[in-house]
Design a protein around this ligand. Structure first.
Ligand code: XLS
Ligand code: NI
Ligand code: NI
Length: 438
């Protein structure tokens, strides 16, 4: 039985002249870019929570999605859903997926019951992974949906909630490990606050760190060698989230001695909510050695919340791929489509169009990025901009041969420095356009 009978065969690369809406025009999985198959650079993943569980509801109305395979919210239906998901992944040639514990299996009346439900679903996931070769990019726990987490999970004012979250995360780590997951993600959920009057911030931050250390310790205990990620997001659902942006997360990770274990999972829409661009967040994380994985989506410039749309902006994917390549590519991470179709795009086929668009936009961005890197034109201009650091006093400063006194002496002797060079921003932009529109 097929859930997507409209999609007769696996979506294939047909090249730029194709008008087939169920074909890739740029994503050619085995085509080599910089000596590596495209699929191994991009490492696409689909998000279980959006692709299988997003209902299309918003603050003003209930769900709209037409999902003929859905039935009661029970284990047999959840098992059926897993099979539908894998049919979807296979038909799109998506090699990885990511999930929250509560997306894949229904929450029971007790933790024990929830864990039993998870075990049943993990069995099916394992079978499907084996059948298809599709892998788990990362797992995570939903520590925000249930009312018990209204004050947060690891940062709750209630110690029992911390304990519950720890127990839930223990299981989520164990199933991620059992499924061969390559990573485990922490996203703040409700780890933040609304009102400073009732909040002991220092205590909450200490607790969050304690929680992550417990996760690291448990991972060691069970032999989980995957990468931990911390996912920055500035607001939503709380007003002040502790994982505001890359800089705040890295500061937290270092302050609490987690730098050996935790890298970042950067999401485009979260970057823009923090008034950054995703390229800023990625380059910052990369420069500090914390670039782990990417939640690939995009926001809407006119809407100030996490709209989680599919990426369609080639400039953006070019910038992203330039930075990913600059820092040596993904190790355990990948491009996880943390994105959902619009409320109005309610038919199953829209899930295909959405992912095809996202995959093609990234494949094209990758190709352009590789062209830009190959010619070295931009790199050369950047190098020239900084060439005062390659010789003379610049080189000496970089090699620690100076201090304030010696630099005072140098500049008193030299006199006023020569005028600066032009930044040539417009020229850079024109060159990028030349590579983008050929
Ligand atoms: C929500 C986050 C979430 C994480 C996983 O805004 O993006 O989906 O990626 O918990
Ligand atoms: Ni995300
Ligand atoms: Ni998000």
């Amino acid at each position: 039985m097929s859930a997507f009978s409209e999609v007769k065969k696996t979506v294939q690369y047909e090249g730029t002249t194709s008008k087939n809406p169920l074909a890739f025009r740029f994503y050619n999985p085995d085509e080599k870019i910089e000596g590596k198959p495209m699929k191994d650079i991009l490492r696409f993943a689909a998000a279980y929570w959006h692709t299988m569980r997003a209902s299309g509801s918003d603050q003003f109305g209930s769900g709209t999605m037409l999902r003929p395979w859905e039935g009661k919210d029970n284990v047999p239906n959840a098992q059926k859903r897993v099979k539908v998901f894998f049919e979807f992944l296979e038909k799109l040639q998506i090699p990885y997926y990511a999930f929250h514990d509560r997306d894949i299996a229904p929450e029971g009346d007790s933790l024990q019951e929830s864990n039993n439900n998870l075990d049943a679903i993990v069995k099916t996931l394992k079978e499907e992974q084996k059948r298809t070769g599709i892998k788990l990019l990362w797992g995570t726990a939903n520590l925000f949906g249930h009312p018990r987490f209204m004050h947060g999970a690891a940062t709750s004012c209630n110690a029992d909630i911390f304990a519950f979250a720890a127990a839930q995360t223990k299981k989520a780590l164990e199933i991620t490990h059992e499924l061969g997951g390559q990573g485990y993600t922490f996203w703040g959920g409700r780890e933040g606050y609304q009102c400073i009057w009732n909040t002991d911030m220092k205590r909450e931050l200490d607790h969050l760190a304690k929680f992550m250390h417990m996760a690291v310790e448990h991972a060691k205990k069970i032999g989980f060698k995957g990468q931990f990620y911390f996912e920055p997001k500035p607001k939503e659902p709380t007003k002040h989230q502790y994982d505001f942006d890359a800089a705040a997360c890295i500061n937290f990770i270092r302050t609490y001695g987690l730098e050996k274990y935790v890298k970042l999972n950067i999401e485009t829409n979260h970057a823009t909510l923090a008034s950054h661009s995703v390229e800023h967040e990625l380059d910052y994380a990369g420069s500090q050695g914390f670039l782990g994985s990417i939640d690939a989506n995009t926001g809407d410039t006119l809407l100030g919340w996490d709209t989680d749309q599919f990426p369609t902006n080639v400039y953006e994917t070019t910038k992203i791929m330039l930075i990913v390549l600059k820092y040596g590519g993904f190790k355990t991470g990948g491009l996880n489509f943390d994105a959902k179709v619009r409320r109005e795009s309610f038919e199953p086929i829209d899930l295909f169009y959405a992912h095809i668009g996202g995959m093609d936009t990234f494949a094209l961005g990758l190709k352009i990025a590789a062209d830009i890197r190959k010619s070295g034109e931009i790199a050369q201009l950047v190098k020239e901009r900084y060439n005062s650091w390659d010789t003379g006093v610049g080189k000496e400063i970089e090699s620690d041969k100076h201090n304030f006194t010696s630099l005072e002496k140098y500049i008193l002797k030299k006199g006023n420095p020569d005028p600066n060079k032009s930044g040539r921003q417009e020229l850079f932009e024109n060159i990028i356009n030349r590579y983008t529109f050929k």
